[in-house]
Design a protein around this ligand. Structure first.
Ligand code: FE
Length: 409
């Protein structure tokens, strides 16, 4: 076999095995193979196997010297595209103001909306590109990206168009989610805006074919469960998959809505009820957990990660990158997934790769290291998964291979 790149003598976390997102028991096997190698040809993984069985030629060989190799991270919840930043809010947060208080004072998302509405597609892409590069340099080789900072039909569509520009610029998968119902714009109310999302925005999103998923921020004072349900019904008619911001600040029954509507993922879940967990387990809804959010909101309470896993709910991890939580490191998210949510290192890796890929419908293409898949993989500066999380904040990723190309290291 002739390969472009061979990563030799690695401790390879293959994530090979099941065809569905993995709940706790299955997520406890990362398919770790000591002294294995991965061969890459073009954009694809050509071969994965024991190092002594490799008998091909490789144009370039990287000796991993026993280091951990994992699939590239998949970040299944991000608000990558927006104009401006909100560093000035740090002072308000340090004064003890809550997210809803900052929002009611005209800050928060409204600040971002004003700037995003004025931006062109290329200005939005230009603002987001350095962020996506930082994500990739830290190991994220595929990401989801939501709209939701325009809140007018035209500006929402521009955000989704920017996702495609970004995907092309770095040649990596950016999965678009239409999140028109992210906040209620100041010029209207939640019910009237729900009607705009359903009657005006969703038909155009479908017509342009620029989103794969629809998301709603169901929360007290934002959109109700009934409004979320109506948007989901319409999104399904327009051929979109569903994901939900659910039960973050108060329990509204968001997890139950996600399960009932057949959403692929319910995200946040700090206040999820036992009934909500049961409904998600029954429906196979993935719980996407975002452990840096309570940190950056300075409201230290975390989603019940272990309880969700024990109930049979598959867990994914994500940054929730946004101007209020500008985190780009999935390694940090995975480390906090262990220390704050109670995931094992193996469960955290599964959550940051395979389960995340499943939640974006990309599991046949990436999320595990198998011949034929997109060659997205990471060489870490540590030998195993315990050391991967052992030092919270340590950036363990040394080399990033994205679509077969070495892009960092
Ligand atoms: Fe979010």
């Amino acid at each position: 076999m002739q390969a472009d790149l061979l990563i030799h003598n690695a401790n390879v976390a293959t994530l090979q095995g099941l065809a569905a997102p993995r709940p706790a028991d299955a997520a406890s096997d990362a398919g770790l193979r000591p002294d294995w190698s991965v061969a890459v040809s073009g954009h694809r993984i050509a071969w994965v196997g024991p190092s002594e069985e490799w008998d091909g030629n490789a144009e370039r060989t990287l000796d991993a010297d026993g280091a951990l190799v994992t699939p590239g991270y998949v970040d299944p919840h991000s608000h990558l595209v927006y104009a401006g930043d909100r560093a000035f809010e740090l002072a308000l947060k340090l004064q003890g103001k809550s997210y809803l208080e900052i929002l009611e004072a005209g800050g928060g998302i409204r600040h971002t909306v004003e700037r995003t509405r004025e931006a062109t597609v290329s200005e939005l892409a230009e603002a987001a590109l350095p962020r996506l590069k930082r994500m990739r340099a830290q190991g994220t080789t595929a990401t989801e990206a939501k709209s939701g900072y325009g809140l007018t039909t035209e500006s929402e569509l521009r955000m989704l168009e920017a996702n495609a520009v970004l995907a092309d610029a770095l040649d990596l998968p950016v999965v678009s989610t239409f999140l028109g119902a992210h906040a209620v714009p100041p010029e209207t109310d939640a019910q009237a805006f729900t009607d705009v999302v359903i009657d005006e925005m969703l038909p155009k999103v479908e017509a342009q074919g620029i989103a794969r998923y629809c998301d709603v921020f169901v929360e007290e004072g934002v959109f109700s469960v009934a409004q979320g349900e109506a948007i989901f019904d319409a999104a399904k008619r327009h051929g979109l998959g569903l994901r939900l911001h659910a039960d973050e600040i108060v329990n509204t029954g968001g997890a139950e809505l996600a399960a009932r509507a057949g959403a692929v993922s319910a995200d946040h879940l700090l206040r999820v009820s036992d009934e909500g967990i049961e409904a998600m387990a029954g429906a196979g809804t993935i719980a996407t957990l975002l452990p840096t959010v309570p940190l950056t909101l300075m409201q230290p309470q975390w989603a019940p990660g272990r309880r969700l896993l024990e109930a049979g709910v598959p867990v994914a991890l994500a940054t929730d990158h946004n101007p209020n939580n500008p985190v780009t490191s999935m390694t940090l998210v995975a480390q906090l997934g262990c220390f704050l949510l109670g995931l094992s290192p193996t469960q955290a890796l599964t959550a940051a790769t395979w389960n995340a890929a499943c939640s974006l419908g990309l599991e046949s293409e990436l999320g595990s290291l198998e011949a034929g898949k997109r060659a997205d993989l990471l060489i870490h500066a540590v030998p195993d998964l315990d050391h991967w999380v052992y030092e919270p904040g340590r950036q363990t990723v040394e080399t990033v291979v994205s679509g077969g190309r070495v892009v960092a290291g």
